[in-house]
Structures are given as C-alpha cells and as structure tokens.
Design a binder for this molecule. Structure first.
Ligand SMILES: [Zn+2]
Length: 124
C-alpha cells in the first residue's frame, strides 16, 4: 500500500516515500530504509491493553482450574499421563499471568513511545 497521506513523514530522514507492509503493520521508508509502526495499529494495541490483560488472566484461571480437575481425574483413574497433563497446566498458567503483567506494566512506556512517534511522523 502506497502512502497517500501527505502529512506523514519518515521519523528518521523526514522523507515521504513510505510503503506500508500490511502483514506487519510497519511503514518502510524508500529513502533511508527506516521501519516504523503504523500509528493507528499502535494506538489500537494501546487501547486494547485492558481487554488483553483480562484475556490472559482469564486464560490463566481457566488453566489452573482445568489443571486441578485433570490432575484429580488422573489420580482417580490411575492414568498418570493425565496427572502430568494437569501439572503442565500450571507453568502454562504462570506464563499467561506473566504476559498479563508484562502487557499491563509496559502500558505507560508504550503510550510514551506512541506519542514520540506521532510527533516525528506527523510533525505535531
Ligand atoms: Zn527515511
């Protein structure tokens, strides 16, 4: 996709020959090769912080409950692979909790990065 917004410029060299890679949502400057994030996509990501945190926390809770259930079922039936599966759910749940924390704790950092990029790209 070609850049038709005359207001946009490269944050590094100020050039305006920019092409959007729609797969990665990254703009590429044809003059200096600089790659930078699409502002709208970046903004959407920041706006979705709350729902992403809720999603990861919900997934963790689900995994913990499912893990306990499957572990107990493994104990009752003597199927040791089920007990192992149940135990694996816990580090997986911990991983999603970590992701939730990471998304939440970098919110301000991302907002600041977004504002810096807006200033450079739109010259505001
Ligand atoms: Zn450039």
């Amino acid at each position: 996709m070609e850049n038709n917004n005359y207001k946009m410029k490269c944050p590094r060299c100020g050039g305006n020959k920019l092409n959007l890679n729609s797969m990665t949502n990254m703009w590429i400057c044809s003059e200096c090769g600089e790659q930078f994030r699409d502002l709208d996509a970046f903004k959407r990501e920041i706006d979705n912080t709350g729902s992403r945190v809720k999603f990861f926390v919900g997934l963790s809770v689900f995994l913990i409950i499912a893990g306990i259930f499957i572990y107990k079922l493994g104990e009752m039936t003597g199927e040791s692979f089920m007990s192992v599966l149940g135990i694996i759910a816990f580090p997986t749940a911990a991983f999603y909790l970590y992701l939730a924390w990471k998304v939440y704790s970098t919110k301000d950092e991302k907002q600041a990065e977004y504002e810096r990029l807006v200033k450079k790209v739109r010259g505001e």
